[in-house]
Design a protein around this ligand. Structure first.
Ligand code: HEM
Length: 329
């Protein structure tokens, strides 16, 4: 089967590809951290609400969730723009092949967000778990669709067969195992990130160890030769899980434990972002290199863009501060 890859846009980038690549990684780090916080808070609050924990404890998560969701969405837009700029022929093709599920992410996002408000403001406490379950299921499905898309963009050799079998865009990636374990690996740190932030039970750390260890190992196996480009980063990723085990078992003073857990969470997300990037660049090297993208540097565009970025970042800091004042974030 022949590999068809659409031609890249003839319009040159207004700055070198490496400039946008750095921005992609940095902005994605923020989005990925926010995703962990969202899913972790949803899971922990759901468990607290069904296990009869005091109302104050459940509210701790409930009142934060709508604000966290705003961060997830706002911090998702910049990497989406940079991804399209750098990898358009790959990311657009996989998005078209899975067009129906891909477009479904928007209604799912509305359901995920809406249910957080319903859970937060409902007068019937008994319905809180129901709204949280729906929100969590929608959030996990969105994450699964993202994993499908970023997996499929790396396999141009499978595009033609999928399109010829059904051009409607009703596909998901043809080998679910390749996606499920990547997805599991991607979301596994969520509960530990939130345990570090809100000082929750250390038992959540074990959930990450088990799911992240199994998911990471199987994700690596399913990548096959594509994993070679990220070999060292996979080793660092497994070493980080081992470090988490040491922290969970050996560190008893609560203050030190939560500080180390927070440090672990920050480093873990850095490694995951770098690992995903190494896999992607390794997989696409034979088709496209960022250094070969056409560039015609236009500093006025770059300066305007950076000014808007700074204003955007300031707005997020402002949102966080307001959230902190009003909701004790
Ligand atoms: C509940 C909402 C969301 C969840 C749970 C979520 C979760 C995720 C996850 C788990 C990944 C990594 C997938 C993988 O590597 O296998 C991801 C990637 C990504 N997300 Fe989100 N996401 C959400 C909303 C959004 C929104 C609203 C946007 C944009 C407006 C966005 C933009 C992105 C982009 C661009 C990537 C890929 C970045 C890259 O590969 O460099 N996400 N998301």
């Amino acid at each position: 089967m022949e590999t068809y890859i659409p031609a890249a846009s003839p319009l040159p980038l207004p700055a070198p590809g490496s400039f946008f690549w750095v921005l992609l990684l940095v902005t994605f780090w923020f989005h990925f951290l926010a995703v962990q916080v969202l899913l972790g808070t949803l899971i922990i609050t759901l468990v607290e609400s069904v296990s009869g924990k005091p109302r104050d404890q459940v509210m701790e998560g409930l009142k934060r969730l709508p604000v966290i969701m705003a961060f997830v969405i706002n911090l998702g837009i910049p990497p989406l723009l940079f991804l399209q700029l750098l990898y358009a022929p790959f990311f657009y093709t996989s998005s078209v092949l899975m067009g129906i599920p891909w477009l479904l992410t928007i209604p799912l996002l509305i359901v995920c967000y809406g249910c957080l408000y319903l859970a937060r403001y409902t007068r019937h406490e008994g319905r809180i778990p129901l709204w949280l379950v729906i929100s969590l299921a929608s959030g996990l499905t969105i994450a699964y669709f993202f994993s499908n898309n970023v997996t499929w963009m790396l396999k141009p050799e499978t595009w033609a067969a999928a399109y010829q079998s059904n051009p409607l865009g009703a596909h998901l990636y043809p080998t679910p195992g390749d996606v499920i374990f990547r997805w599991l690996w991607a979301i596994a740190p969520a509960v530990t990130v939130v345990a570090a932030w809100l000082h929750k039970s250390r038992a959540w750390g074990w959930v990450t160890v088990v799911l992240g260890g199994a998911g990471g190992w199987l994700f690596r196996q399913h990548l096959g030769a594509q994993a070679d480009a990220a070999h060292r980063l996979f080793l660092i990723d497994f070493a980080l899980l081992a470090a988490l085990v040491v922290v969970l078992v050996a560190i008893r003073p609560a203050g030190l434990f939560y500080r180390l857990l927070a440090l672990w969470a920050v480093v873990k997300v850095v490694v995951m972002v770098a690992l995903r990037d190494a896999v992607r660049r390794g997989a696409l090297e034979g088709h496209q290199r960022l250094a070969d993208l056409p560039v015609q540097t236009n500093w006025s565009v770059v300066v305007c863009f950076l000014a808007v970025l700074v204003i955007g970042l300031y707005t997020l800091v402002w949102m966080y501060r307001r959230g902190k004042e009003g909701l004790a974030l």
